[in-house]
Design a protein around this ligand. Structure first.
Ligand code: DAK
Length: 262
């Protein structure tokens, strides 16, 4: 498949590979237009369906992960045309259908829809140059892809209100302190670190990986009691897999496990 607004490739030396997606509208700081979002949706679903792929890494350029949705595309709309056309709604949530882990590797600006896209990934590794923000209020609008909902869940009410209401950007160190990103790395190591994290995950048992993702996401939707009960069922279910026997036998016999199930 050839794309115009993104680049895709397979990375990794192990049996299971990493699907690397690079947002590629550098002149517009990777502003997210319909074509890019369509292509991103297709690439995500293609990697999710590819048995040789264990994990996906989503990244941008040194200067910008993405500076938000494409402003000139939105600018001419009226309420009626926005409402009737479902303005820029298509493919913004395709990423949430992906069952494999998606790691955001963020350098430079992650603003508006760019920040929202990063927050829809499973975790964010940030370069020390990363800047996160929801500056929609400066455009006379509000976030439209979950910013008012996911940001407070990530960093708490006070920091989220501060960022959303003042439009100030958060640097990588503050984002890590606030819990928005899992770790901060030197900019020139961003992709190396993100791909290494993906390689680590790729070496584990596929069913464990998929279930952990599903259950952590459930933690944001289900009451604690229900989430814990479902976790217990899946925990028991994994004793029906060869990889459970392999993992425990490897521990007992002091050797490295070779997980087989994807
Ligand atoms: N859209 C289009 N072009 C953009 C852009 C954007 N969001 N951000 C930057 N660019 C373009 C600039 O226009 C400029 O183009 P040229 O003038 O060179 O042709 C080029 O990228 C470089 O930008 P600057 O010259 O401005 O570079 P600076 O370093 O001075 O500033 C900046 C970088 C990122 C601080 C600045 O460009 C900026 O403030 N950009 C806008 C950031 C922003 O407001 N983002 C939020 C957009 S609203 C929804 C889904 C998503 C959304 C809504 C609904 N649904 C599912 C319903 C999302 C909405 C948004 O993201």
């Amino acid at each position: 498949m050839s794309y115009e607004c993104i680049l895709t490739e397979l990375r990794g030396s192990g049996e299971r590979k990493t699907g690397l997606i690079t947002l590629n509208r550098p002149k517009q700081l990777n502003a997210l237009n319909d074509q890019l979002m369509d292509e991103l949706g297709q690439a995500l679903l293609a990697f999710d369906a590819d048995e040789s792929v264990g994990c996906i890494v989503l990244t941008g350029s040194e200067r910008a992960f993405a500076a938000g949705a494409d402003i000139p595309t939105m600018a001419p709309h009226s309420f009626i045309s926005a409402f009737k056309s479902g303005l820029i709604s298509k493919n913004w949530e395709t990423i949430l259908q992906v069952r494999k882990p998606v790691i955001a590797a963020v350098a430079g600006f992650a603003l508006g829809g760019g920040c929202e896209l990063a927050m829809m990934c499973d975790f964010i590794i940030a370069a020390d140059t990363a800047k996160f923000g929801q500056p929609e209020i400066k455009l006379g609008i509000i976030p439209g892809a979950g910013g008012t909902q996911r940001l407070p869940r990530a960093v708490g009410k006070s920091k989220a209100m501060d960022m959303l209401l003042t439009a100030r950007m958060m640097d990588a160190a503050e984002a890590e302190r606030g819990g928005l990103v899992s770790r901060v790395v030197p900019a020139d190591q961003l992709l190396v670190e993100a791909l290494a994290a993906a390689d680590t995950i790729n070496a584990f048992s596929g069913p464990s990986v998929l279930l952990i993702k599903e259950l952590v996401n459930l933690a944001f939707q289900a009451p604690l009691k229900d989430g814990v009960a479902i976790e217990r069922r899946y925990f028991h279910a994994l004793f029906g897999t060869d990889d459970q026997r392999e993992g425990m036998d490897a521990f007992i016999n002091k050797r490295k496990p070779a997980f087989k199930q994807c």
